[in-house]
Design a protein around this ligand. Structure first.
Ligand code: CAA
Length: 270
């Protein structure tokens, strides 16, 4: 078996760790700064598919890169170097499949960025619901420096996160911004001094979410994801449908009853 460049053949490039209601998807290819080869992309999509099967027990997912230098330094440039236009399109579709698996996951997904989040790495983070980052992290879409453009959703989700003018500036220049700048731009939700604080902060957020009706959290995520970028009338229709769906859940009956009866709710997830 030939070893993929930058991959330790003894370890799978992606693994899932479980800790209570929190699942962590670890991208483990540190020798290549966790670059997203097709194998890694498929493994990330498979990880979310596997977690979906136990969605009842998982209230939130952390995505993190191994090695302390990078979240993900982009799509794997070696894998891209020989592609035909048709294969390039296929590669982009694979990236979009990963984003769809994350956006379709019925609980919050937090990208914990500790180091470089570049190109496809930033696009992976943008597909997550929140980006938390260490102070020393940096962000950018450097594709034009390679003669490429963002292919895993950067032209779509970066403008939604930071506004069209800054997204254009970042994509046209390929420049990197630091975590403080990314936070000021709205790209990063919270900054942490180091990796331990980053992971603890993400876990604390998921624990806080887990106290709520997870049916409602999943419905809210569905509406937020599906409504993004749609015209106002479409978006409000999606919200009406999600609001109506909340009335189908036992959790909603329990949540409002508990408020009226002045007691703590006991949510069942149904
Ligand atoms: N693909 C493949 N390998 C990568 C990689 C990538 N995106 N990024 C880093 N690596 C590899 C390097 O080739 C190097 O491997 P070797 O040790 O075998 O040579 C190893 O990771 C360490 O990288 P560097 O030696 O370059 O480390 P550095 O500290 O000098 O620089 C860096 C770090 C600035 C992140 C630099 O590695 C870099 O610029 N990486 C590429 C970033 C990039 O252009 N990303 C966009 C990719 S295209 C894309 O993502 C398209 C899309 O939208 C889908």
């Amino acid at each position: 078996m030939t070893e993929e460049h930058g991959t330790d053949e003894h370890r799978p490039p992606v693994r899932i760790e479980r800790d209570g209601v929190v699942a962590t998807v670890v991208i483990d290819r540190p020798k290549a700064l966790n670059a997203l080869s097709p194998d890694v992309l498929r493994a990330v999509a498979d990880a979310f598919d596997a977690l979906r099967a136990e969605a009842d027990a998982v209230r939130g997912v952390i995505v993190v890169g191994e090695g302390g230098r990078a979240f993900v330094a982009g799509a794997d440039i070696r894998s891209l170097s020989t592609l035909t236009p048709e294969e390039g399109a296929e590669s982009a579709r694979l990236g979009h499949r990963v984003a769809a698996a994350i956006e379709g996951f019925p609980a919050p997904v937090i990208a914990c960025v500790d180091g470089f989040a570049l190109g496809g790495g930033l696009e992976l983070a943008l597909a997550c619901d929140l980006i938390y980052a260490t102070e020393s992290s940096s962000f950018g879409q450097p594709e034009v420096r390679l003669g490429l453009i963002p292919g895993f959703g950067g032209t779509v989700r970066l403008p939604r996160a930071v506004g069209l003018p800054l997204a254009k500036e970042l994509i046209f220049t390929g420049r990197r911004i630091d975590a403080a700048t990314a936070e000021a731009a709205g790209l990063v939700a919270r900054r942490f001094p180091d990796r331990d604080a980053l992971l603890a902060g993400a876990r604390a957020t998921i624990d806080e979410v887990a106290e709520n009706a997870w049916t409602a959290v999943a419905l809210a995520k569905r509406v937020l994801v599906e409504a993004a970028g749609t015209p106002t009338a479409t978006a409000t229709d999606l919200e009406v449908a999600g609001f109506a769906d909340a009335f189908r859940t036992e959790d909603m009956r329990e949540g409002v009853a508990a408020f009226i009866e002045k007691r703590e709710p006991e949510f069942s997830g149904h």
